[in-house]
Design a protein around this ligand. Structure first.
Ligand code: SF4
Length: 344
């Protein structure tokens, strides 16, 4: 393990434009202890792209989006997986690794999408639309995955829908992602409501959606884009597909968090604006100091924000909070997750 002085210097270099220096000193001490404990306990730390910059750039062995981290979780040989992300992600790691200890540093780190739908809702949709396959976004809890045929992430949602080779698909629970996938695949979409479970023969049922939304991405508006373009006409705007279809259409590029990172690395532009969770903008800025990143940073995910370096240290010290998934649910959810990973 490198010396503390070396580690501190590396953190100062990476974070100098995004974290005040006094804060880097405090966080470097905690991060160094986490990394020591991680080795001692034979643990791996997975860090989602939305982690705050000091955590993101100091302790994860792997960083990425939900799909990338699921793949890594499926392959790890460590005894403990510490998931610096939200609960549904840690659950996915547990679904893939039943014999390992999976820790989520903050017990309450949820997600507005995951909380928008229950397993009972999926069962009712299946009764309403018999024989129609169910695609669930990975941002769902294990019992919803267990009721699904296949999961998807924002990076492979269209490919998963296409892979089913059928005309009608139930796509849950993100309304905006469903609309964006419908546009990409040429499928139409309808939204059943709790009071209107009866099928209407006049509606087109190629894609059946739900009314969940990401409380972060739903906040971006076309007006935001117009305002930024008025001030910076040469800006390239990247939008996450959990944004509304109108926002996606008004942007220059739409893709998962990993696709946005690749875009900024590969495409030269005078300046970029990322319409996504604001810590990710900081993380990309720290990794690409030569690129000009504009900030529209009023939106921090309150659930991702629950995960701190202090909590991650406590998680390793006290082996908390242990994620459990009942075996009967895990086995059914595993099928849907494995199908997602296989589609890539
Ligand atoms: S950013 Fe949105 S989708 Fe991601 S965890 Fe937060 S609420 Fe859920």
């Amino acid at each position: 393990m490198e010396s503390y002085e070396q580690f501190l210097e590396e953190m100062k270099t990476k974070l100098r434009d995004v974290v005040p220096e006094p804060e880097i000193y405090i966080k470097a001490e905690i991060a160094y202890e986490i990394n020591r404990l991680k080795q001692e306990r034979n643990a791996v730390i997975l860090g989602h792209n939305y982690m705050e910059p000091a955590l993101f750039h100091s302790i994860p062995d792997y960083v990425g989006d939900s799909l990338g981290l699921s793949r890594i979780a499926a392959q790890t040989d460590k005894d403990i997986i510490v998931f610096c992300g939200v609960r549904f992600m840690a659950e996915t790691a547990k679904i893939l690794n039943p014999e390992k200890t999976v820790l989520l540093p903050a017990a309450r780190a949820g997600c507005s999408l995951a909380e928008s739908i229950t397993a009972g809702d999926v069962r009712r949709l299946r009764e309403q639309f018999p024989g129609v396959p169910v695609v669930s976004y990975v941002n769902t809890y294990a019992d919803v995955k267990a009721e699904s045929d296949v999961c998807c992430t924002s990076s492979n949602a269209a490919a998963v829908v296409e892979s089913l080779g059928v005309d009608t698909v139930i796509f849950l629970p993100d309304e905006y992602l469903a609309r964006n996938v419908a546009r990409e695949t040429g499928k139409h979409i309808i939204f059943p409501t709790k009071s209107g479970w009866k099928a209407d023969a006049t509606l087109d049922y190629q894609l059946i959606g739900w009314h969940g939304r990401c409380e972060v991405h739903e906040q971006f508006t076309v007006q935001d884009i117009e305002d930024i373009r008025a001030e910076y006409p040469d800006v390239v705007i990247l939008a996450h597909p959990e944004c509304s279809p109108e926002v996606v259409a008004a942007s220059d590029f739409s893709g998962s968090t990993s696709a946005m990172i690749r875009y900024v690395q590969d495409v030269d532009a005078p300046r970029y604006l990322l319409l996504t969770e604001c810590a990710m903008g900081d993380n990309i800025a720290a990794a690409n100091p030569e690129k000009a990143m504009l900030r529209l940073c009023r939106v921090r995910c309150p659930h991702m924000n629950e995960i701190t370096l202090e909590d991650t240290l406590a998680a390793l010290q006290k082996t908390q909070y242990v994620i459990e998934v009942p075996e009967e649910i895990r086995l059914r959810a595993l099928r849907a997750v494995e199908r997602m990973i296989a589609i890539g």
